[in-house]
Ligand binder design. Structure first.
Ligand SMILES: Nc1ncnc2c1ncn2[C@@H]1O[C@H](COP(=O)(O)OP(=O)(O)OP(=O)(O)O)[C@@H](O)[C@H]1O
Ligand SMILES: [Mg+2]
Length: 247
């Protein structure tokens, strides 16, 4: 099982759009895929029109009680673990655990799924907290959307700093440029400056109205129009992530 966390500490950079579309692409390319919505905002769950069971909560997630909360989607090979509103307290619950084990909780939660799924995609909330440390520990790779602007790059630098503090393997980070607008000279300049770093993937995702419209259509872009520019670009991103991922 390959665990891919779609992660950035910065909000609104395209994490959920990436998680939903990569999970969909993974599933239609034949991988048994589970998308885990880790964000209490529940945006990924919303896109699939799936609500959590009322009895699910952050304690149950961290105790590993997830199998009975996983739901099928309309798409073969793609399941979803919906977020619960209580996930906003995940850090509080983690903080109550013993210092020694509180960074590996999510690793233990996902381990029993390894024979059921080929790919686990985590849609992460915009945090740089103990939950993020669990995500870094549990994920084989962190797929990090970066808008080519200063603040988004600062978020990536902060992630690298956290990796340094945890002595984690920075090779896990797969960054890509997200919501790219080529008419903006700042976007072009930032991409020119940073794309040479090996942690950046070659594929970028442009800013496209079609991706924004997912909020209305509530489906991955490929489910609405398989050969649209957005769907093709997510296919390319998936292929590059899959090639570079640590399986
Ligand atoms: N490539 C894109 N082109 C156009 N709009 C996009 C693109 N990617 C995301 N969006 C839109 O931008 C908004 C923020 O995207 P998204 O929810 O994926 O970001 P996020 O990083 O998950 O945010 P949060 O940190 O709040 O979870 C959404 O309205 C989404 O539809
Ligand atoms: Mg999100």
């Amino acid at each position: 099982m390959n665990t891919l966390a779609i992660y950035s500490s910065k909000g609104g950079v395209g994490k959920t759009a990436t998680a939903v579309n990569l999970a969909y692409t993974a599933a239609i390319s034949g991988q048994r895929t589970l998308l885990c919505d880790m964000d209490s905002q529940g945006a990924a769950s919303y896109y699939f029109r799936i609500k959590p069971k009322k009895k699910f909560n952050s304690e149950k997630l961290l105790e590993g009680e997830i199998a009975r909360n996983i739901r099928g989607t309309d798409f073969p090979g793609l399941d979803l673990l919906p977020a619960h509103f209580s996930f906003r307290n995940l850090d509080l619950v983690l903080n109550r655990l013993a210092e020694k084990k509180r960074r590996q909780v999510l690793t233990g939660v996902f381990a029993p799924l390894k024979d059921d799924y080929d790919v686990l995609v985590l849609d992460c909330p915009p945090n740089l907290t103990l939950l993020s440390e669990n995500i870094i520990e549990a994920a084989d790779n962190l797929v990090c959307p970066v808008i080519p602007t200063t603040l988004s790059l600062i978020a990536l630098e902060q992630l690298l700093k956290l990796f340094g503090k945890l002595d984690a393997d920075k090779g896990k980070i797969l960054a890509f440029f997200s919501m790219v607008e080529r008419r903006k000279s700042m976007h072009l300049a930032m991409m020119e400056k940073y794309s040479k770093y090996p942690l950046f993937l070659k594929t970028s995702i442009p800013f496209l109205a079609e991706i924004e419209k997912m909020g209305i259509l509530r489906q991955p872009v490929g489910a609405t129009a398989r050969l649209s520019p957005a769907a093709r670009q997510y296919d390319k991103l998936w292929q590059e992530v899959w090639e570079r991922s640590r399986r």
